[in-house]
Design a protein around this ligand. Sequence first.
Ligand code: PLP
Length: 434
Amino acid sequence: MKLYSTNNPNLTVDFKEAVFNSMPQDKGLYMPVSIPAPDADFIGNIEKFSLTEIAFKVAGDLLQGAIPERDLNAIIEDAINFPAPVLRLNSNTYVLELFHGPSLAFKDFGARFMSRVMSYFMEEGEKMLNVLVATSGDTGGAVALGFLGVPNTQVTILYPKGKVSPIQELQLTTNGQNIRAIEVDGTFDDCQALVKQAFTDKELNEKFRLTSANSINIARLIPQTFYYFNAYAQLKREGKTDVVFSVPSGNFGNIGAGLLAWKMGLPVKQFIAATNVNDTVPSFFKSGQYEPKPSVATLSNAMDVGDPSNWVRIMNLFKDDLQEVKKVVTALSYTDEQTREAVPEVFQNYNYVVCPHTAIAWRAIADYREESGDYNSTAVFLSTAHPCKFPDIYEGNIADNIEIPGQVKALEGKSKQTVEIKADFNEFRKFLIG
Ligand SMILES: *Cc1c(COP(=O)(O)O)cnc(C)c1O
């Protein structure tokens, strides 16, 4: 598999290099040189395949031998060891549940696959891989649990003290083994700044093999295509083939993977990019001007992104032509007030509890239908996290209806292990050097 930089199509690297470096020197993003179309036979018979069988096929086509088939299949079997079911809510509305992995968020697909690919590519006698990651909540949990026990890797997670939910904090801080958590007396931006500075520090880079498990890593994007194919397979079994996906979007990695699947030939009618008030992309659709802005804090905090890093990839898929993007993507944004209203509405309609991110994706379907007049397609909204991770927004009856999954019960009684630091690079540096 060859990949090029979105800033320079002539700069190409192989898959292994793209995995370890995340980003090309020229600050573009890696994109596959060729996007293979799986044989028509596969799409035509997709309903006959399981999630892992679909993943073998799609990953095999994309990687084009970068990892031998047997090894790739073993990685997938180990990484994608939880389901991604599609549930029927009414005759033309379905939900795709992506929260059955260890951290209860869709980021498990990307983090588990990437960690295993990195471990696979590390050769004997190579220096241990040191993963540094800043998190506002969900990324850290997925990365921590994704790398937990993966040989020859050590993960250091920085999170803002007092600013992640109790379950998120336990997921970050109770792992032990090769996972360490640092509680930073500051904001998420401070955490991110510390990590960024570490990557530019000469001595740290000499001493350690640093990498960033970043959401722009191509090895996080690839496994997210699997569940789009698999959702389509499940719907086809129910006789539904006119499909619209509504995706709660922040950094636009999830929807980017959906669009990659579409480019590979998955027959999706439309994608809805549903954002909170961090509406850089919906505004771009309206004005034609891409204007990144500082992020604003919302209830759906995993989508508080003012300059979505994967947007470049999506434009690149459409040769930077916004009119072409608009044929396949609808972009809509919602306020916290609308999010708060959507949660009980979903509950009253279907006796189903959604997390605040998922609520936005559901809400966008009604507007898409009204704007486009397309009431017949089957609309599927992606449920990106389990509601128990965001307990503050639920009241009475709804709170009582949230089932506590086994992954959370397993955290009970475990005690938090962290090191606390100020938002100060020297302190962070000292900790790393040890
Ligand atoms: C990360 C995250 C999102 C946003 O996904 P992107 O790929 O960044 O667009 C949405 N919902 C939840 C729960 C998340 O953790």
